[in-house]
Design a protein around this ligand. Sequence first.
Ligand code: ATP
Length: 324
Amino acid sequence: MSPLAASPATTVEPLVTVAARGLSRRYGAAVAVEPLDLELRRGEVLGLLGPNGAGKSTTLRMLTGNLAPSAGEIRICGIDLLAAPRAAKRHLGYCPETPPLYRELTVDEYLDFCARLHRVPSGRVHAAREQAKARCGLADMGRRLIAQLSKGYQQRVGIAQAIVHEPDVIILDEPTVGLDPHQMREIRVLIRELGTAHSVILSSHILSEVEAVCDRVLILHRGRVVFADRIEALKHFRAGHALLVSFTRPPAVEALAALPGIVAVEPLETGLFRVRLMPDAGAPQAIARAAVEGDWGLTRLCPEHTTLEEVFVELTRDVTGTKP
Ligand SMILES: Nc1ncnc2c1ncn2[C@@H]1O[C@H](COP(=O)(O)OP(=O)(O)OP(=O)(O)O)[C@@H](O)[C@H]1O
């Protein structure tokens, strides 16, 4: 039996909703996605993170049955996507980077059309559409022409068409691209909410977005998985082993450097220092204690977070060459 085959006991509501093994894609001689394994469980939000050209869209298009893999297998709720695409796709909702909207239709007309495409029984189309609208904050938008909606609302319609048939798995390609910060926040809240009852995979090149929304993260870089773990592990990785510390009455650098667990102290500007630490050696506590005893006026003591660029540099030190 294939390692991905669903066990008979879990065919009704399988815990694993997406399972991919050895999934890869070439375009001619160029490898867009090197073989990757991926598993998603019910109630999880998985973030696919990576810079432009990393292979995120290619991966999502393979997972949604819109692009044939060069190799590998994909199971959606235990159903082989390549062998039984129609059955597998019933469990999938997909919103590509540019949502497939018919701008000349109203929101209601469009969502009814999508519900029928997804084979929602005709007696349930109305209820399915109203529910999808309510979940996406579109309850009052039914009669509006899609062309006249703002970009944020059009994005909501794109997500509504992906959930109108209540799929187990929702796949969203860069769902917040082009939105203003307010709209971004609303869409992220919606995704988090969808992730409680469904499984969600989203792609992004925004580190903070993935940290805010996802339970797990898979980082792609030039088609290769360079990090796959829970979001806490990424946060820990990002926090590294440095603190930013500032004082209104700063001590001498030597006084700071002499505290236990401190490897190096780098003055950055007046009263602000970058302090490199030995992990788990109690340095933050020692700094706080010394600051109180020495009346240094401690105003900041926080981990120094690395940026997305620094994360990639760190994770891909051995990767060379560029992709357009
Ligand atoms: N149809 C195609 N023919 C040839 N090469 C392609 C094709 N589609 C994508 N590629 C290449 O495959 C690689 C991965 O592209 P992909 O669009 O999956 O990346 P991405 O991470 O989604 O990037 P972005 O964030 O820019 O959307 C890139 O090098 C891209 O140029």
